[in-house]
Design a protein around this ligand. Structure first.
Ligand SMILES: Cc1cc2nc3c(=O)[nH]c(=O)nc-3n(C[C@H](O)[C@H](O)[C@H](O)COP(=O)(O)OP(=O)(O)OC[C@H]3O[C@@H](n4cnc5c(N)ncnc54)[C@H](O)[C@@H]3O)c2cc1C
Length: 294
């Protein structure tokens, strides 16, 4: 049976720790429970909001009128197979990487500093250090209220930090294609990448990862916002990270309104000083789109 709860604060389900109550929180541990939860949402006329680790998610302070869906149990397990891993959509990248390393399977090292799940990785086509999910994904099992289908990367429409999947399409399983690599080499690469991260990004703060996508051109969003003088800029309980200006930290009781006010200001200044219209990377839940730049 799918577990259903009411009134759970989304702040508890996200890395930034912001967001009001979910109308319904459903936890599914098997494919049958997942189908049940999706049919429940359809029958109630509610949208579905799958949440992995909530590491790229900003939810409204007054809550989200949706069935927030978490994948657990069997849908968060990881199996090693000869060609790679078969991971539940709710399995964390940390566990997948650990299992791959122990099995001497390389290729997933780039995900060491991405604190999400297999499902969130597919939907966001998450990436770092020049690699992304499209480089390791063999196929994904996508479930809706009407059925399920294994989809190949080209069918998923993976692009820079996004895919063609809609919110009613839940990634229940992911097959990763990896190559043989000695565990010691994997371990050394991961240690190096994590050290690089710690030196440049606020890995020990509550954030939702990159706020905006990087625009085309030589200068990245972080540097651009730094040159706009935004490092350390604070509104309410939210601060633009003093370490990396494309991160917003929950400094002290931040609200989604605080985070949005910072995003609006960052977009305004980037447009004014660089003529660039920054596009958000973070996913909004229960929130209107950012106002258009005038
Ligand atoms: C400190 C930090 C560093 C980060 N570094 C990086 C980085 O280097 N590169 C990068 O790309 N990202 C980075 N991120 C952002 C984030 O970790 C990734 O986007 C990650 O893939 C999101 O996964 P998640 O499971 O947390 O998804 P969530 O944040 O929970 O959700 C993101 C989107 O995916 C959907 N979703 C989640 N699970 C499923 C599912 N099973 N089926 C269907 N839809 C689903 C949600 O509905 C939402 O639309 C970082 C975040 C933090 C906090």
């Amino acid at each position: 049976m799918t577990t259903i709860e009411h009134g759970v604060r989304i702040a508890k389900l996200t890395t930034i720790g912001v967001g009001g109550a979910a109308r319904v929180l459903a936890r599914a541990s098997t494919l049958a429970e997942l189908r049940e939860a999706l049919r429940f949402a359809r029958d109630e006329g509610l949208p579905v909001l799958p949440v992995g680790l909530g590491s790229n998610l900003l939810a409204a302070d007054d809550g989200v009128d949706a069935v927030v869906l978490r994948l657990e149990g069997e849908l968060a397990g990881v199996d090693v197979v000869e060609t790679g891993l078969v991971a539940g959509g709710g399995s964390t990248n940390a566990v997948c990487l650990h299992r791959a390393r122990d099995a001497g399977l390389g290729g997933f090292e780039f995900a060491c500093a991405i604190p999400g799940t297999a499902g969130g990785g597919v939907v966001m086509n998450a990436g770092a250090y020049g690699r992304d999910w499209s480089d390791v994904l063999a196929r994904a099992l996508v479930v809706t209220a009407d059925g399920e289908e294994w989809m190949a990367p080209d069918e998923l429409g993976l692009a820079y930090r996004g895919s063609a999947l809609g919110q009613d399409q839940v990634v229940a399983r992911v097959e990763y294609r990896l190559e043989k690599r000695p565990s010691a080499e994997i371990k050394a690469t991961v240690a190096e990448l994590i050290a690089q991260r710690k030196a440049t990004q606020p890995t020990n703060k509550r954030t939702f990862g990159s706020v905006f996508k990087n625009p085309e051109g030589e200068i990245g969003t972080g540097r651009m916002l730094e040159l706009c003088g935004l490092k350390g800029h604070r509104i309410g309980g939210a601060t633009i990270s003093p370490m990396h200006a494309n991160f917003i930290e929950n400094a002290d009781g931040a609200t989604s309104a605080d985070c949005i006010a910072l995003m609006v200001e960052a977009r305004r200044r980037a447009r004014e000083q660089f003529g660039v219209e920054l596009e958000r990377e973070v996913v909004f839940a229960g929130l209107p789109e950012l106002p258009a730049l005038t």
